[in-house]
Design a protein around this ligand. Structure first.
Ligand SMILES: NC(=O)C1=CN([C@@H]2O[C@H](COP(=O)(O)OP(=O)(O)OC[C@H]3O[C@@H](n4cnc5c(N)ncnc54)[C@H](O)[C@@H]3O)[C@@H](O)[C@H]2O)C=CC1
Ligand SMILES: CC(C)CC(=O)C(=O)O
Ligand SMILES: [Mg+2]
Length: 358
């Protein structure tokens, strides 16, 4: 359904805040704390909180009612913590919240660019001995691939069960994300784009990604284009991550690549992301790369930096580039001052970054 492009007001931004499950509410509270001081003066941050996630499902059986989705759609942007329970929890059907809430938001709001920047900030503890200068961005397709629910099971639960999970790749979907990735590469100094896939085995989907990347490349003669199989990317991310500038890839590969990218750049607690609708026909959604981390939930020890940096991506997306840069600078300064020998409480980090911006 065609939507009217969103036109934010100059004096206020409206945010839908979905704290979610596990550490989601803990890290989101810190991101909101920072966002309130980072927003431009004269711009009011109006927030509506949506309690969606495991607790609501267990209390009401609701995952994402249509009426709530319609309300969320009316905001300028969405800030999300994380959703999902402990893997294997018998109270939550597998994928119920991931598919019914998170992916439904991404699909219905047409977040076809899942943007995941990776930088090693000074002070961040990379496990790599000599990582070099690491500053790349993964442009992960956000609405297709094997995540669309295009599958099913025959004779489930029997020894003769057959299960399929088919990857969906449309020329339309691939072209728009590849084009976005080239445009991002064009704005970056290194001007390099790496297509990541598994074209040697996934020949049908791979052919679409390969052909469209070559076609779009012809419109961007300044960009150096290369290709790498996703398994080899695992090697190069660990041995020579500075070779990457912009990576474009499908939904599943991008999910996996960006957890490793997070690990080599200082940990999953630092990795930010944006689910972007570049056409602005619906609000974009910003969230950390990590999940609900049930193993540390409720202890006040989760690192909220990824959520805070995601709030910075949100500011940038709304056109507040200077404020987004100031937020990132405050995080960088804070990281440099952290004592690796003294683990921080979640709220300490939010307080420290907010104090730098106040
Ligand atoms: N966007 C989302 O809402 C996502 C949801 N999930 C869901 O989250 C649940 C847990 O998934 P996992 O695979 O365990 O991934 P996860 O990212 O939640 O946790 C992986 C590991 O990283 C640690 N970790 C994560 N965030 C951290 C932080 N901010 N500070 C310090 N340590 C942190 C956790 O303690 C855990 O050891 C599942 O239900 C999964 O489906 C997973 C990924 C994304
Ligand atoms: C739970 C998945 C659908 C989400 C995820 O792992 C991700 O987007 O990184
Ligand atoms: Mg993931």
């Amino acid at each position: 359904m065609p939507q009217t492009p969103l036109t934010p007001r100059p004096d206020a931004v409206s945010l839908a805040v979905i704290p979610g499950d596990g550490i989601g509410p803990e890290v989101t509270a810190e991101a909101v704390k920072v966002l309130e001081v980072a927003a431009p003066s004269g711009v009011k941050v109006e927030q509506n909180r949506y309690d969606l996630g495991a607790e609501r499902y267990l209390a009401t059986g609701e995952v994402l009612p249509d009426s709530v989705l319609a309300e969320i759609r009316g905001h300028d942007a969405i800030l999300l913590g994380a959703v999902g329970g402990r893997p294997g929890d018998p109270a939550l059907p597998p994928g119920l919240l991931e598919r019914g809430l998170l992916l439904r938001l991404r699909f219905e709001l047409d977040h076809y660019v899942n943007l995941r920047p990776s930088r090693i900030y000074p002070g961040a503890a990379s496990p790599l001995a000599n990582p070099g200068e690491v500053d790349f961005v993964v442009v992960r397709e956000g609405t297709e691939g094997p995540y669309t629910g295009n599958g099913g099971a025959i004779r489930p639960g029997t020894p003769h069960e057959v299960a399929t999970e088919v990857s969906l790749n449309t020329a339309y979907g691939v072209e728009r994300v590849v084009r976005d990735a080239f445009a991002r590469a064009q704005r970056r100094p290194a001007k390099k784009l790496t297509l990541v896939h598994k074209t040697n085995v996934l020949v049908h989907a791979g052919a679409v990604w390969w052909r469209i990347t070559q076609e779009v490349a012809a419109e961007f003669p300044e960009i150096t284009v290369d290709y790498m199989h996703v398994d080899a990317v695992m090697i190069h991310l660990v041995t020579n991550p500075s070779r990457f500038d912009v990576i474009v890839t499908d939904n599943l590969f991008g999910d996996i690549v960006t957890d490793l990218a997070a690990a080599i750049t200082g940990g999953i607690g630092l990795a930010a992301s944006g689910n972007v609708n570049p056409d602005r026909t619906a609000p974009s959604m910003f969230e950390p790369v990590h999940g609900s981390a049930p193993d540390i939930a409720g202890q006040g020890v989760a690192d909220p930096t990824a959520a805070i940096l995601s709030a910075g991506l949100l500011l940038d997306h709304l056109g507040f580039a200077d404020e987004a840069a100031a937020l990132e600078a405050a995080v960088i300064a804070d990281l440099a001052e952290r004592d690796p020998g003294r683990p921080r409480r979640t709220s300490e980090t939010g307080d420290a970054v907010a104090a730098r911006l106040a």
